[in-house]
Write a protein that binds this ligand. Structure first.
Ligand code: G3P
Length: 217
């Protein structure tokens, strides 16, 4: 399972990269705004800065919602750096753009996936990744994990190469559950990733090992 961090915060991206288990980064317009990145030039520079920190894929989202606009923006984003993956919304013109990008060898991440049908359409259009938003489904009392399972079954039935990128991850159990289902990638906050480190028996055990070692000095 690949681990992506879902943030535009450079310090957090560096920390995740230093941990040694990071495979990529996802961003979106809300995450860029949270970091105060304003204006096209600043946004472009920020994507390049992220690419220079991480070794893996970096999702950069288009703002346009019409086919021509998505193509223009997506091609410009893809030309910034070989690690850039163009993030395209799950709308009609987005699906057409996924097909176009696929034919041009430009990698894509279809975002805002909330149903198995949307995932199937995006995979047929040749998306590299699809991003079902697990946490946001849970927020409205819908079973987000069930959606990941449905998509896994469909993709396995037809051997789609599109990777399931479980997004809107909120906590470490989302990561474990997605790994059990077989999501190819998870993207979430650094806190969910580092929470996987913790177990009280590890802390108690280490404390005893160190205390016993000190007694023998
Ligand atoms: O990658 C999509 C993700 O940013 C959405 O997460 O927490 O805003 O639902 P969230």
């Amino acid at each position: 399972m690949k681990f992506f961090v879902d943030t535009a915060n450079l310090d957090q991206i560096k920390e995740a990269q230093d941990l040694g288990v990071l495979d990529g980064v996802t961003t979106n317009p809300s995450l860029m705004a949270k970091e105060g990145i304003k204006g096209d030039a600043a946004v472009i520079q920020h994507y390049i800065d992220i690419c220079n920190i991480v070794d893996g894929d970096v999702s950069a989202e288009v703002i346009a919602t019409d086919f021509e606009g998505i193509i223009k923006e997506g091609e410009a984003l893809a030309s910034l750096h070989e690690q850039i993956v163009v993030k395209v919304p799950m709308i009609k013109d987005g699906v057409k753009a996924l097909k176009y990008f696929s034919s041009k060898g430009i990698r894509t991440n279809c975002t805002l996936i909330f149903s198995a049908g949307q995932a199937l359409l995006a995979a047929k259009a040749g998306a590299t990744y699809i991003s079902p938003f697990l946490g946001r489904l849970d927020d409205i009392s819908t079973d987000g994990l069930n959606l990941i399972q449905e998509i896994r079954t469909i993709f396995d039935n037809y051997l789609f190469e599109t990777e399931i990128l479980a997004a809107s991850i909120r906590h470490p159990m989302h990561i474990i559950d997605c790994a059990k289902i077989g999501a190819d990638v998870m993207t979430g906050p650094l806190s969910a990733m580092t929470a996987l480190l913790n177990h009280p028996l590890t802390d108690i055990g280490l404390e005893k090992f160190l205390a016993d070692h000190a007694k023998n000095q």
